[in-house]
Write a protein that binds this ligand. Sequence first.
Ligand code: FES
Length: 118
Amino acid sequence: MPDRVLCQSQDLAERGLALRFTLLWGGRERNAFVLRYDGQVYAYINECAHIPIELDFNPGDFFDYSRSWLVCSTHGAYYAPDTGLCLGGPCPGRKLVSLPVREYAGQVCLIEEKTQHE
Ligand code: FES
């Protein structure tokens, strides 16, 4: 199965707004997002590890004011952008569910073959 193109590389600014998308995961449609941090692209299911609700109040706006952490808009859990590990707030030590993405030829792609067995 070919990779799924999510966006063009230039669509993801460093520590800027994320692109939201949906995918089938765990047998149901889930909301997810992809963003750029320290030059790399990362994608996660858009669901807080504290309570399973979306993190972003303003769609696509996941970074905190310092642009260093992904923050949940409900109770303020903050996550490392490169690992999804919660480092503070109500659920430290838990993680966002990461998704396999890669970037090549100017495109950001979801690696579909790795999402089919989840
Ligand atoms: S729902 Fe995200 S910190 Fe509580």
